[in-house]
Design a protein around this ligand. Structure first.
Ligand SMILES: Nc1ncnc2c1ncn2[C@@H]1O[C@H](COP(=O)(O)OP(=O)(O)O)[C@@H](O)[C@H]1O
Ligand code: SF4
Ligand SMILES: [Mg+2]
Length: 347
């Protein structure tokens, strides 16, 4: 939750959510395997984890783009998957997703103006002149000059294309934007500008964000709270800076130690933890704690018993048998400023 905002109820909540892939007679991949959390309206909720951990699948399921194989999804007090299809389609417009590759969002044969108008055209919303006026207004909101309207996707830089992609999502006036690795393909030099744009748009459009990234630095700089995913499960979640500064799960600890940019002064002396091995096979998850094959703290019990998620400190949830050990060795937290005001700091 950002500092100026009071809790106003959940924007999206999931309860024991499962998403599996695989047809009959094929091995099943449990991409999301029993995830529970609620994100508040106005919040920036970060999801971090290595590639293949299930972040995109979770993001797509949260907006109703993928049907869960189990569990519950709520948008506020609406159960979107229980809506009749025509109502569901109308409802889903308010839950948009922006993906890493803006090229996939644009038809190379359409100008930016045509692409921006397309979602409203499909939804049969407004007159043509109104749609065009709105498209120009949205270009302005994402700081693109009006002449971009007549350009084709290949005539824009990566950063401009991602801005146009955001403008396109805004045409439908979403409540929630899932931003999936939205700065990953951009030069580091323009990542900060883009994050500032997201921060500004949140204020202007009263948006709630899910911010997905494999890059701890990006998520930690923009998010109010973060969830850390490993292999289809959330292993830790809580306030962003608390989780990053004082991880209570060995996986978060390892991710953090691999990111020198986010390491604070007092923690510089910490040694880097190099995780051995790749993420295990998705069709054949390890027994007990899924992280035990790579965890430097694993013991016998970890191979046999799956750790349950528990609230170790107020608002700090963690799934590790030995989280108390990490808590005992961590330094007390200092009072920290709001995240969003410093979205670009340190990038
Ligand atoms: N459409 C799909 N069909 C089959 N497997 C998929 C599909 N989408 C994702 N997966 C698998 O689900 C797991 C999680 O993928 P994904 O959600 O893309 O992870 P992340 O976004 O964290 O990289 C991976 O093992 C991936 O191969
Ligand atoms: S439960 Fe065991 S293997 Fe899993 S993260 Fe904790 S210490 Fe490591
Ligand atoms: Mg992904």
């Amino acid at each position: 939750m950002n500092s100026t905002m009071q809790p106003v109820g959940p924007a999206i909540s999931v309860e024991n959510l499962h998403v599996s892939f695989g047809r009959k007679n094929q091995a099943v991949i449990k991409a999301v395997d029993g995830v529970t959390f609620a994100m508040q309206k106005g919040e920036i909720f970060g999801i971090i984890g290595e590639s293949g951990s299930g972040k995109s699948t979770l993001g797509r399921a949260m907006v109703g783009l993928l049907r869960p194989s189990g569990g519950e999804l709520m948008h506020g007090d609406v159960s979107p998957l229980a809506l009749p299809s025509s109502e569901f389609n109308r409802h889903r417009r308010k839950y948009q997703i922006i993906a890493q590759d803006p090229n996939a969002a644009f038809d190379p044969r359409m100008t930016m103006l045509q692409s921006l108008c397309e979602p409203l055209h499909i939804a049969r919303e407004g007159r043509r002149a109104d749609r065009i006026a709105k498209a120009f207004a949205m270009l302005e909101r994402v700081a693109l000059p009006p002449e971009m309207a007549n350009r084709y996707p290949h005539e824009l830089s990566g950063g401009q294309k991602q801005r146009a992609n955001i403008a396109r999502a805004l045409m439908l006036e979403p409540r929630v934007l899932v931003c999936d690795e939205v700065v990953a393909a951009l030069d580091v030099s323009i990542q900060a500008d883009m994050l500032n744009l997201f921060a500004r748009l949140r204020e202007e459009f009263n948006l709630t964000y899910v911010f997905i990234s494999h890059d701890l630095r990006v998520v930690s700089h923009i998010s109010d709270r973060v969830a850390v995913m490993y292999f289809g499960k959330i292993v830790e979640f809580g306030p962003a800076r608390d989780v990053i500064d004082r991880p209570l799960h060995p996986y978060t600890e390892a991710l953090r130690s691999a990111e020198p940019e986010v390491i604070q002064d007092r923690a510089k002396a910490r040694k880097r933890i190099v995780l051995q091995g790749e993420i295990p096979s998705a069709v054949n998850p390890p027994s007990g704690c899924r992280f035990h094959t790579r965890c430097p703290r694993a013991r016998d019990v970890c191979r046999a018993d799956e750790p349950k998620q528990r609230e170790l400190l107020p608002g700090r949830h963690v799934a590790c048998h030995f989280a108390e050990e990490l808590m005992a060795q961590a330094e007390p937290l200092a009072v920290q400023p709001s995240r969003i005001s410093e979205a670009s700091a340190g990038l």
